[in-house]
Design a protein around this ligand. Structure first.
Ligand SMILES: Cc1cc2nc3c(=O)[nH]c(=O)nc-3n(C[C@H](O)[C@H](O)[C@H](O)COP(=O)(O)OP(=O)(O)OC[C@H]3O[C@@H](n4cnc5c(N)ncnc54)[C@H](O)[C@@H]3O)c2cc1C
Length: 416
């Protein structure tokens, strides 16, 4: 089915009896041309672009749980393209452009809201670093504006400007950044891919790879064996576990990242703000809750739940940036499993096993990458060549010394 204003009107006057499931529930077939392992945002976007832009058929997405149950439905919904390094900035700007046309492309309301992302600075060197970053963004076709303290104060007078350990001196604003309703992204891509004949198979865990003479020809799953000519893995926080089944050891650690939502408040914050003197970012949802988060929990885990020291750290960041947040109660919090690569940048590449492709290492910033990641992975799977914007995301960059170290922090996931 397709969605339109006319459809909403028709359903409203006919008792909402005509709505159909957003995607089918097909039984797995014995064989496909292309299998995507992982029905998160990246896997579903890959399937959608394979079918819609590369005219591929006989595609299946295998998801061990339910659609939207992974990080695609657990993140803090922020999208932006404010990177410094050329290898990243071109890719994330491509992603932001795809976000801008996403709802029309997939015929689904994902509540793409370009409400602006403001990174605050608190010292002269930090301002200089943001000037450099803003210029790099503009050179790559993105938008960036440097705001002084007065301009930030007129936007958000409630922030802690003067009576703070790190007074706010200004900010780097990307007006085209913003938020997108996270689970609607999964539903939208699933809807569009399903419409083009992609089989989305839930409750189907991949438990092994069938590798014969260096070539991957199928997968073992909890619902039986499925053969395929090409297999793309996009399982985010489970990357190292899944690729280990093919004998591949990745330069990735899995960590938990937590998110928090306050009780509903009156409209207060119409954009996204990130604190430059600590790890804290916040926006306000359409229901009024402040949606915020901070750093990863600093230990390796595959669990989707976090621990109290990080809760304390995030709340401290919030209190020092906007002290009145202390009066709001936290309504909900949860954790997601993020795949931290050793330089903080992702991998979209073939593997040494013919027919097996990998997409991962998104750290805690892969939601904004969803459209470009799906497009680039589809490009790689369809043509066996990397997409122009994703050429640097090679697996062997760690052995060749070509790290894309955006934050200059080295091989330390807890610092990215
Ligand atoms: C709390 C939190 C906040 C975040 N905030 C932001 C943000 O504001 N902005 C941003 O850009 N990014 C953010 N991120 C990161 C972003 O959510 C992830 O990088 C991105 O969603 C990962 O890609 P995905 O959507 O494909 O992952 P997922 O949705 O996790 O998809 C992977 C899927 O693979 C499935 N799977 C795993 N193993 C198997 C198997 N063996 N067989 C079959 N299926 C399998 C899983 O069940 C899962 O559904 C955040 C992450 C978290 C946890």
């Amino acid at each position: 089915m397709s969605y339109s204003a006319f459809r909403i009107f028709k359903e409203a006057i006919t008792g909402h009896k005509g709505w159909k499931p957003v995607w089918r529930k097909p039984e797995p077939q014995l064989n496909y041309d292309i299998i995507i392992v992982g029905g998160g945002g990246h896997g579903l976007a890959t399937a959608h672009y394979l079918a819609s832009k590369f005219d591929k058929k006989r595609i299946a997405v295998l998801e061990k749980g339910w659609i939207g149950g992974g990080n695609v439905g657990r993140n803090t919904t922020i999208i932006r393209s404010n990177y410094l390094l050329n290898d990243n900035e071109g890719f994330y700007e491509f992603s932001l452009k795809l976000w801008e046309g996403l709802e029309q492309d997939v015929n689904y309301n994902a509540m793409v809201s370009q409400r602006g992302v403001l990174n605050l600075y608190h010292s002269d060197p930090q301002r200089d670093a943001y000037v450099r970053r803003g210029n790099a963004m503009i050179l790559n076709g993105a938008d960036a504006k440097l705001l002084k303290a007065d301009a930030v104060r007129s936007l958000y007078p409630f922030l802690n400007f003067d009576d703070a350990r790190f007074p706010i001196m200004g900010g780097l604003l990307q007006p085209r950044g913003g938020t997108v309703r996270h689970d609607a992204v999964a539903w939208g891509y699933a809807h569009a891919a399903d419409k083009r004949g992609v089989d989305i198979i839930e409750n189907c865990e991949v438990t092994g790879f069938d590798i014969q003479n260096g070539c991957c020809v199928g997968v073992e799953t909890s619902r039986g064996y499925i053969g395929a000519s090409k297999i793309g893995v996009a399982v985010a926080g489970n990357s190292s576990r899944v690729m280990a089944m093919a004998g591949i050891r990745l330069p990735i650690e899995s960590h938990v990242l937590q998110a928090f939502v306050s009780e509903g408040l009156k409209p207060l914050l119409d954009g996204v703000i990130t604190y430059g003197a600590g790890h804290f970012y916040v926006s306000q949802s359409d229901k009024g809750g402040l949606v915020f988060g901070g750093d990863i929990d600093g230990y390796n885990t595959y669990a989707q739940r976090g621990n109290l020291p990080v809760v304390e750290d995030v709340c401290e960041g919030g209190m020092s940036l906007m002290p009145m947040i202390g009066k709001a109660r936290i309504l909900r919090m949860w954790g997601g499993n993020v795949d931290m690569s050793m330089d903080g940048s992702p991998i979209i590449d073939k593997t040494d096993i013919k027919g097996l492709y990998f997409n991962g290492g998104w750290c805690y910033g892969g939601f904004k990458a969803t459209p470009a990641s799906g497009y680039s992975f589809a490009h790689l799977l369809a043509t066996d060549t990397p997409h122009d914007t994703a050429k640097a995301y090679r697996m062997d960059r760690f052995t060749r010394g070509l790290m894309i170290d955006e934050k200059g922090m080295g091989a330390q996931p807890n610092l990215h």
